[in-house]
Ligand binder design. Structure first.
Ligand SMILES: [Zn+2]
Length: 289
């Protein structure tokens, strides 16, 4: 009787549950939640290489994590494996990576813009930000908007410079915003970068914890300081056109375990600016008339 009672109170045989995003676009995230505990990690086996991220305590006795799928990752069905520290597999699930369908965007870069080079240490400081993984989660979703204006260049678009492929894609969102507009922290975190760079321009980078970092570029003036703890709404700096920029705007980047992801998935109510159709589309239309 006693043994039976113990079994009822301690369901030792209960299997942990695993909840994962099973369909994910290139450039977005697989959310992982499990009732299992201990030092766990998740690995996405890709067409080339793999991405492994740690899971963190979710505050309810289980673990959670964000597994990023890069814009450049192949589409298809891939295994995500949740495993222990000593690589014992606890769970495997097939995740469907679908095409992000990112369009091409041409930008007119002046000769002086194309000749911009980073300051010594600039790229290293950004890399240190992107790769930061501090265990404490300081962010909550949805994030606030850093400025209230509309989005004039989405995440992920394939960038052409003066009509030629740059070999790069847009690693954040551009928010059209007048010169001098205050830029607010969208979520809490620790400021890791606050510097007037040459290529990135006036830059603030925040570590939100658990592998989530964000950065704000082209500022005219920086208000935050490295090492500062910020809360949502705190002023980080002011909109400008410094570094590789064609006019005043905020470039907002959000990286998860050093992979660029779409900040738009973290906010609500972001307006899209009206973008006129490209000249070639207009021509086709007028010919039909
Ligand atoms: Zn941008």
């Amino acid at each position: 009787m006693k043994a039976f009672y113990l079994l009822l109170t301690f369901p030792l045989l209960a299997q942990p549950t695993f909840t994962l995003t099973e369909t994910v676009r290139q450039g977005e995230l697989v959310h992982i939640e499990t009732t299992a505990s201990g030092k766990l990690h998740a690995t996405l086996a890709k067409a080339t290489g793999k991405t492994t991220v740690p899971l963190f305590p979710d505050g309810k006795g289980g673990m959670e994590g964000l597994l990023p799928v890069a814009v450049t990752d192949s589409v298809g069905l891939f295994d995500v494996v949740i495993a222990t520290e000593d690589n014992r597999t606890l769970h495997t699930v097939k995740v469907h990576v679908v095409n992000g369908k990112y369009p091409i965007q041409n930008i007119s870069a002046s000769t002086s813009m194309k000749q911009l080079t980073p300051l010594p240490g600039e790229m290293e400081a950004m890399r240190a930000l992107y790769t930061a993984v501090t265990p404490e989660k300081k962010f909550f979703t949805p994030f606030h908007l850093p400025v209230s204006e509309c989005r004039n260049s989405p995440f992920g678009v394939l960038r052409y410079h003066n009509g030629k492929p740059s070999g790069n894609f847009h690693r954040g969102l551009d928010l059209r915003s007048p010169m001098g507009t205050p830029i607010h922290a969208p979520a809490a975190g620790t400021v890791r970068v606050a510097q007037m760079f040459r290529l990135h321009g006036g830059t603030v980078g925040i570590d939100h914890g658990q592998g989530v970092t964000s950065h704000y570029l082209h500022m005219s003036k920086i208000a935050a300081q490295e090492g500062q703890e910020v809360e949502p709404g705190d002023i980080l700096g002011y909109v400008g056109s410094t570094g590789f920029a064609t006019g005043p705007h905020l470039h907002w980047g959000l990286y998860v375990h050093s992979i660029p992801t779409n900040p738009e998935r973290f906010v609500q109510g972001l307006k899209h600016c009206y973008v006129p159709p490209p000249p070639s589309a207009k021509k086709t239309k007028s010919r039909k008339k």
